[in-house]
Design a protein around this ligand. Structure first.
Ligand code: GCO
Length: 459
């Protein structure tokens, strides 16, 4: 069985996108700016000078995009809801026209038998809240996010039972706020001390916890809820007992794992995080009861995994060593996209073994940018992406085969889109987009992925 890479019958095969990266229609039907609208218009912040004003024009092409998904045999679709489309001022009056857009999307998905997985926040916070109180720098953001979650679930909860609260907390906190220099993601703020950066992550975790409660209270039907984590994944150089023990130590303090993964799943920031950051005065202020709110029981834990870090045991105080990559290490088309398929196996395993999480784990993003081109027959033969996806999915299969609770996989991304500070220069889609004409062309990887879905195995 295991060599045919067959998945269990109920394995979730999907594709993912995010609102600001595909929707466009940035000023239409009552939507007001998000911090990404503001940030992308500041010269130099996006390498190509581009914005998400039009993006994939998905707002006007929902029906044909969903039909295209259906033609690939996709049964699950992860997308995000734009807070400033629903609540243009961040709080207060609801923009029902914005809600209607998501109803159109959801009805279209239902028509094609595709299950929606909705992310409430994928980085596009309302500019109004940035102007009012500095968005994530304030605890008020957590309450306003929970109120927004309530509004969405009351209106769309009859059509959605799979919820993701927040996508990748480190990417809009740690990358949104810089010490001594502006953050490289929106809002692109400069702060004086790293503690202030970690404080924004703490507020985002509070927002997650409060939103979980709000979703459960407002949902008209049973639903499953999780947080989308981009945990740093340490991978043992050898699968020896010593290196595996080292990896479990390292998992505690890779990037913001010590806060996000451990805070939400165990109700405590990890011991190594507190030691390392405490020494430098970087641990955020934590009010009594905060970690209780942050660690709401969850049905699912979502991991966005693209790469990892090789680790080995070491005779130092931490018990591990993170290894540098040699020059020439295989990499896809991003500086950080080092080929490390084993990360897809170790992610689900470490969440279970280090945090004791007993719920379902899903890979909510995995994929790669590649230097795609159209050949004379009009095809995109992205064999590098097929190679990448196949290697990673085989490791996902290993996790399932060994009994780790990996229940699903969403490829990033359904189609090429606005890649944040890189603009449209980086293509992550399994569907190619010609932006000038908004023509969608399934790449070879899409055809390959469709066959995986059809056979329910890695082909
Ligand atoms: C991510 C983001 C995506 C990116 C992708 C490639 O969650 O980092 O969810 O929006 O486009 O990861 O960098």
């Amino acid at each position: 069985m295991s060599t045919s890479y067959q998945f269990p019958a109920d394995f979730v095969w999907g594709a993912a996108t995010a609102a600001y990266q595909i929707e466009g229609a940035a000023a239409e039907d009552g939507r007001k700016p998000s911090v990404w609208d503001t940030f992308s218009k500041i010269p130099g912040r996006v390498k190509t000078g581009e914005t998400g004003d039009i993006a994939n024009d998905h707002y006007h092409r929902v029906e044909s995009d969903v039909a295209l998904m259906a033609s690939l045999g996709l049964k699950h679709y992860r997308f995000s809801i734009a807070w400033p489309r629903i609540l243009p001022d961040g709080t207060g009056a609801v923009n029902e026209k914005g809600v209607d857009f998501y109803k159109r999307l959801l009805d279209s998905l239902a028509k094609h038998g595709i299950t929606p997985h909705a992310t409430l926040f994928h980085w596009d916070s309302p500019q109004a809240l940035e102007d009012r109180y500095g968005s994530w720098r304030s605890r008020r953001m957590a309450d306003d996010f929970a109120a927004y979650a309530d509004v969405v679930v009351r209106r769309l909860g009859d059509r959605i039972s799979d919820w993701m609260t927040i996508n990748e907390i480190p990417c809009f906190t740690d990358l949104g706020y810089g010490v001594g220099k502006p953050g490289v993601h929106a809002p692109g703020t400069q702060v004086a001390h790293r503690k202030e950066v970690l404080q924004t992550a703490h507020h985002a975790l509070l927002a997650h916890g409060k939103a979980v409660k709000a979703i459960r209270a407002a949902s008209p039907k049973p639903c499953k809820i999780g947080l989308v984590d981009c945990a740093g994944i340490p991978v043992p150089v050898t699968e020896s007992a010593a290196d595996i023990a080292a990896v479990k130590r390292a998992f505690q303090d890779q990037w913001l794992n010590g806060m996000v993964t451990f805070g939400a799943l165990t109700g405590r920031y990890s011991e190594l995080f507190l030691t390392h950051k405490g020494d430098k005065g970087e641990v955020p202020d934590i009010a009594p009861g905060d970690l209780e709110i942050i660690s709401q029981p969850l049905d699912r834990w979502f991991l966005n995994i693209y790469s990892g870090t090789w680790v080995r045991a070491a005779a130092n105080a931490d018990g591990y060593e993170l290894l540098d990559l040699p020059i020439g290490y295989p990499r896809l088309d991003m500086p950080w996209l080092n080929l490390m398929p084993e990360s897809l196996y170790w992610g689900p395993r470490l969440v279970r073994e280090c945090c004791g999480f007993q719920g379902e784990v899903m890979i909510s993003e995995n994929g790669c940018a590649a230097q795609d081109s159209i050949n004379e027959r009009g095809e995109i033969m992205d064999l590098d992406r097929v190679r990448y996806l196949r290697d990673y999915l085989r490791q996902a299969h290993r996790a399932v085969a060994e009994g780790y609770p990996l229940k699903g996989y969403f490829v990033w991304s359904l189609m090429d889109n606005f890649e944040w500070a890189w603009g449209y220069a980086k293509r992550f889609g399994i569907i190619y987009n010609i932006y000038e004409s908004q023509t969608r062309i399934p790449k070879q990887s899409a055809k390959w992925y469709a066959e995986c879905i059809r056979q329910n195995r890695v082909v």
